[in-house]
Design a protein around this ligand. Structure first.
Ligand SMILES: [Zn+2]
Length: 423
């Protein structure tokens, strides 16, 4: 019998940490590097799971915080676990809820979007929001963003929820800091996350032993440490050490690793590299939450095997369409009588059957199908891009492909921005 969870890698980038490989899970294989589609509440918004499979999505990532609040982990468990509940037969991930507990609860703006110039504080609240979460050494107490009710997550509670949800790959509960936190706070937080990682591993082992007759779940430790090289490396070494018997348990520790926390575009590659230099080669590495095509090349080049990204569906619902020549806004009046496909080079269902003029009309008329058709296109665009990146690693032409793709993508972006402000 083959192992329920494994990772093998083959081709690697010369002088870089990027590689191509395969993650095997109880619900199927994931060829890496891979884009993991985001289905926060057990659905990729507006798109059928069958359509996601048709467009080549390999796996879906849902969120433990959202599913804990609604409908509740009991309901998902009784429905057969996340995959069966949402009718997605392939591999699934859940993230721990650490980011949402703090970002939604504390009222911070999105970490990546924050303007932190000259501001640093451990108690900054977004304008108009009140603090809804407090962190202590044992866990996080937070108010639901839905109804204000009081809840608590700890490493053990997060593991319990994620075992009930039943995804193939789950993440340790971590404290996700922001770029605004002081260096002193980041140091304390890395130590706290390390202690929580140990507790997650212990609880995961206990729950796994009880999990008779159910599919194996792989647990990934999450590396924090914000923008500090020493903290990122220290955090990574601490997590890796949990598998070397130092904690008194002689198993392999974490099955893989997540890279979380405050990442800005300009230091994303550097931070991923610091972490991946410290990680064992034989474990998969997941980068939690990135957005744009150039970030994908950067993450992959520096060693990320998988990454999740909500942008393709989020921006699609606003009419923002990915194309080989850059991103454009389909609601712009100039597309009213454009009977071409959303992107000339695309092979998706939407581009095969519908025109820009039609989908433009759907957006203007506020028809729900606008979200479905544009999301199918954007998700396919990213899946296909990452497929091509993987092929370029295997074929030894990654650098050429990146230069060619990004050259076309961002050149057009600039002209669209000039022609149509706000797109
Ligand atoms: Zn398309």
């Amino acid at each position: 019998m083959s192992a329920p969870f494994s990772f093998q890698f083959g081709a690697r980038l010369p002088d870089r940490l990027g590689r191509a490989g395969v993650i095997t899970t109880p619900h199927g294989a994931i060829a890496t590097p891979a884009f993991i589609a985001v289905g926060t509440k057990a659905t990729v918004k507006s798109v059928l799971p069958e359509s996601m499979a048709d467009l080549g999505a390999q796996a879906v990532l849902a969120n433990a915080y959202h599913l804990y609040l609604q409908p509740g982990p009991d309901i998902v468990e009784q429905g057969g676990g996340l995959g069966a509940f949402m009718n997605w037969p392939g591999p699934t991930f859940t993230d721990s809820g650490g980011f949402q507990v703090l970002s939604l609860g504390a009222g911070f703006k999105k970490v990546l979007a924050m303007n932190v110039d000259g501001r640093q504080s451990d108690d900054v609240i977004a304008p108009g929001k009140s603090r809804l979460a407090t962190v202590d050494d044992d866990g996080v107490t937070f108010k639901s963003h839905l109804d204000g009710s009081l809840h608590r997550f700890s490493p053990e509670i997060s593991m319990g929820i994620q075992h009930q949800l039943g995804a193939d790959i789950i993440f340790a509960f971590d404290e996700c800091t922001t770029l605004m936190n002081t260096r002193t706070y980041q140091e304390q937080s890395v130590l706290r996350t390390q202690l929580w990682a140990q507790r997650c591993l212990t609880e995961h082992r206990r729950l796994t032993a009880e999990r008779v007759g159910k599919p194996f779940q792989a647990l990934f430790g999450v590396v924090q440490g914000a923008q500090y090289e020493d903290l990122r490396r220290q955090a990574t070494r601490g997590l890796v050490a949990l598998g070397d018997g130092a904690d008194g348990v002689t198993d392999d520790g974490f099955d893989g690793y997540g890279i979380g926390g405050a990442l800005e575009k300009h230091n994303l590659g550097t931070i991923v590299r610091w972490v991946c230099e410290e990680l064992p080669e034989d474990r998969p590495r997941h980068l939690l939450g990135i957005s744009e095509p150039d970030d994908m090349f950067t993450a992959i080049e520096n060693g990320a095997d998988t990454f999740d990204c909500v942008s393709p569906s989020r921006v699609a619902r606003n009419g923002s369409i990915y194309g080989e020549s850059g991103r454009y806004n389909l609601t712009n009046a100039r597309f009213r009588t454009d009977y071409g496909p959303l992107d000339d080079d695309c092979d998706c269902y939407t581009c095969a059957n519908y025109t820009r003029a039609y989908v433009h009309h759907l957006f203007r008329a506020k028809e729900m199908l606008s979200a479905t058709l544009s999301t199918i296109h954007n998700e396919r665009f990213v899946v296909r891009l990452v497929d091509r990146i993987r092929a370029s690693i295997d074929g030894g032409y990654f650098a050429d492909f990146r230069a060619d793709f990004l050259g076309r993508y961002y050149r057009r972006d600039a002209t669209v921005a000039t022609a149509a402000p706000g797109t």
